[in-house]
Design a protein around this ligand. Structure first.
Ligand code: 4AZ
Length: 710
């Protein structure tokens, strides 16, 4: 059929059949459409491949599952051609739009044939309508088409300029799903990615908070809550950065995304757009920052710094002689200052002393405590030195920091041991310190063996002469019942060294072993120092009571080995020109040295002398002495020293026992105790020698018992 023909007679032949067509059409429209729900199928015009009947209408509804589209392809198409496909046609529609209307055999300006092209439905539904008018004179064969369900790749398709998924899109046959980048979670819309950001608590005094991923686009569909909770007394200030970008709307105030700040019963915001809120003083210690984003938009977000300030406290003045750290122009809540004192001073607070003191600026602008005072270190009254003296080198006997003192000993009877200056200064810690001894104190020890009165004035002693007063100031008289019974020597200021045999009763000659019950009582006799006259009182004498008796542990009463003992006096002697101790032997004397022996012992004819007598005799060679006494079957042991002249004459005698045998140390110039009078065969006999206990041998024991050191 010629295309022009129907237009030349638009109504003629067509009108003739109109009623029939319309009746038929009425009948056909009423007919149900053919429902096709398979994933593919074939659709043919009635009677295909024979010519289709006239006046027919057939409808097909193709439905495929969601996520699929219908793709239609015509294998064959042969319909009557007419202007704008008025007569016979195939119309392809989706739910609400005509996708195509085809007719004819070939496409022209006004009619379309499907040709090679496929038609794809926008959704999962497509309908097809075939219409033929009242004539098919040229026996057009109609059409043969196939449809298939084809998958939609939602990930590649955009609608409303929005991607199917916020982050990652995954297509599968018949559908798609979305997933989110690490740190994000899929919103319930299954499309946008939100973040979990409702649990942010800040408790530090300052910090930085920003929208998630700032300055990259913040997540969609998120509600972020940031809480800043500080101690009461702080006020939080917020400072938003200028770089601020939250989705906004030109007319409505922040309808999509916004940031809001709640501070107590105040609320700041909502803020959105590109203008930074700048600085916000919340005047609260606990605030909430809410940030809401909807499911669309790409904006950078926001960033803020928060700081906390509190009420200022009044300025504090450092105490006199003290300082405050850190030193600031202002102090606010929670600021702490440490108060410390200059060297030599320390904090005094509530009667308690310390090196530092801390105070804190509290809520309401009050300091936790008053500034304490700095008190100067005080070394207090220096300890006293026995036989010594303290003199203050600073006025008013000051004992505070940097004061000085000077120790000295009672000169010339005591000297400082060790030999130091005795200068002490009060240090910053309140302690007296010397450059030589630190905090240790020196002691004042008695000066030994240095009598004020010199022996050289005496020509020399022949046969024993009265000694000069004060020439032997260490000699002690052991006195009982108005009579002297032994001698002794002063060591230090409260010890007497004497002979052991002076201090016990006579022993049983059958069994001469000393028991403690044999030792005489210390209260049964007296020690007299500063003594000169034998039986008359001296102005210089000091009567002292012995307190304890110590017999040498190796003493043998039968042989008089280690015939040496110590007496402890109940009180110290007062040292003066007539009372002073003798020195210990230093072992430097020569074997034949001259020694001086003194005592109130018997004279010839068994008379007591008027006053103290002394003799000067040489030490005897040990072997000579030993031999002299061997004849008498008396042992001279190592602990004994002998002295006297071969021809006799000058000798100690009864009553001299325990008394001193001294010699002048040629190195020291001090008198030292070599021996104590012990025994002998008679007195002053020819080829007999006086026997003395060797003090050098007992020295370790003496030092240990007495503790005396010079
Ligand atoms: C005595 O009986 C005594 N000639 C002391 C010394 C001497 C003799 C006897 C030495 O205490």
């Amino acid at each position: 059929m010629n295309q022009e023909a129907p237009r030349a007679e638009p109504t003629g032949g067509k009108m003739r059949y109109f009623l029939v067509w319309s009746l038929c059409a009425f009948h056909l429209i009423k007919a149900d459409a053919i429902e096709l729900t398979d994933m593919f199928g074939e659709i043919q015009s009635p009677n295909f491949p024979d010519s289709y009947p006239s006046d027919s209408e057939v409808n097909w509804n193709i439905s495929v599952p969601d996520g699929f589209r219908v793709k239609l392809y015509f294998m064959h198409f042969d319909l009557e051609s007419s202007y704008l496909c008025e007569y016979d046609y195939v119309k392809v529609e989706s739910e609400d739009q005509v996708l195509a209307t085809f007719c004819g055999r070939e496409a022209t300006d006004t009619e379309q044939t499907p040709g090679q092209q496929s038609i794809i439905s926008p959704g999962s539904y497509m309908s097809l309508m075939f219409r033929s008018d009242f004539s098919n004179e040229e026996r057009f064969t109609g059409f043969d088409a196939h449809y298939t369900a084809v998958d939609i790749d939602e990930c590649l398709e955009k609608s409303d300029e929005e991607l199917a998924c916020d982050h990652h899109c995954h297509n599968y046959i018949g559908g798609y799903y979305c997933s989110c980048r690490f740190g994000y979670i899929l919103h319930t819309d299954n499309r946008t990615c939100k973040v979990e950001c409702s649990d942010n608590l800040f408790t530090q005094r300052n910090g930085v908070i920003n929208s998630p991923d700032f300055p990259r686009s913040y997540p969609k569909s998120s509600d972020c809550l940031y809480r800043i909770e500080l101690e009461e007394g702080f006020f939080i200030s917020l400072q938003f950065e200028d770089n601020f970008d939250i989705e906004d709307h030109p007319e409505v105030s922040c309808p999509y995304d916004y940031i809001k700040i709640k501070a107590g019963n105040q609320e700041f915001g909502p803020f959105c757009g590109e203008k930074s809120p700048g600085r916000i003083e919340t005047r609260s210690n606990s605030i909430q920052i809410l940030f809401h984003s909807d499911n669309s938009g790409e904006n950078e977000g926001w960033k803020l710094m928060y700081t906390a300030v509190g009420d200022p406290c009044p300025l504090v003045e450092p105490p006199i002689n003290g300082k405050i750290e850190p030193s600031q122009a202002t102090y606010t809540f929670k600021d702490q200052v440490v108060i410390s004192c200059s060297t030599g001073y320390h904090i005094l607070k509530d009667d308690v002393e310390s090196e530092t003191f801390q105070i804190e600026c509290m809520k309401g602008g009050m300091w936790s405590n008053k500034v304490p005072i700095c008190k100067i270190a005080d070394c207090k009254t220096p300890p006293e030195l026995d036989y010594g003296l303290v003199t203050f080198s600073t006025p008013h006997n000051r004992t505070t920091y940097q004061s000085g003192i000077q120790y000295s000993c009672q000169h010339p009877y005591y000297q400082m041991v060790p030999n130091v200056t005795g200068t002490y200064t009060c240090d910053a810690g309140g302690v007296w310190k010397s450059p030589e001894l630190g905090t240790r104190l020196p002691s004042c020890q008695a000066v030994c063996g240095k009598p004020k009165f010199s022996r050289s004035l005496l020509a020399h002693i022949v046969n024993g002469r009265y000694a000069k007063r004060g020439i032997s100031p260490w000699i002690a008289m052991l006195h009982r019942d108005g009579l002297p019974f032994c001698g002794g020597s002063l060591l230090g200021n409260k010890w007497i060294v004497t002979a052991a045999h002076c201090l016990h009763h006579e022993l049983d000659p059958e069994e001469p072993v000393l028991r403690s019950s044999d030792v005489i009582s210390p209260s049964s006799f007296t020690v007299i120092l500063g003594k000169y006259r034998t039986q008359r009182q001296d102005d210089t004498e000091q009567r002292l009571q012995p307190q304890s008796i110590f017999i040498h542990p190796s003493y043998k009463a039968a042989t008089l080995q280690y015939d040496i003992a110590l007496l402890e006096l109940s009180e110290a002697a007062r040292l003066n020109d007539y009372v002073m101790p003798v020195c210990f032997p230093d072992g430097s004397h020569q074997e034949d040295a001259m020694v001086i022996v003194s005592g109130w012992g018997k004279q010839f004819l068994h008379r007591l002398p008027e006053a103290l007598v002394e003799i000067e005799i040489p030490l005897t060679d040990h072997a000579v002495c030993k031999e002299a006494y061997a004849k008498l079957q008396k042992g001279i042991t190592e602990d004994m020293i002998c002295a006297g002249e071969k021809q006799g004459g000058k000798d100690a005698c009864s009553g001299d026992s325990g008394g001193p045998m001294v010699t002048l140390g040629n190195q020291t110039g001090q008198w030292q105790l070599i021996g104590t009078v012990s025994w002998g065969d008679g007195c002053g006999l020819n080829d007999r020698y006086g026997v003395y206990s060797n003090v050098l041998l007992s020295l370790p024991w003496i030092k240990q018992v007495t503790g005396v050191q010079y």
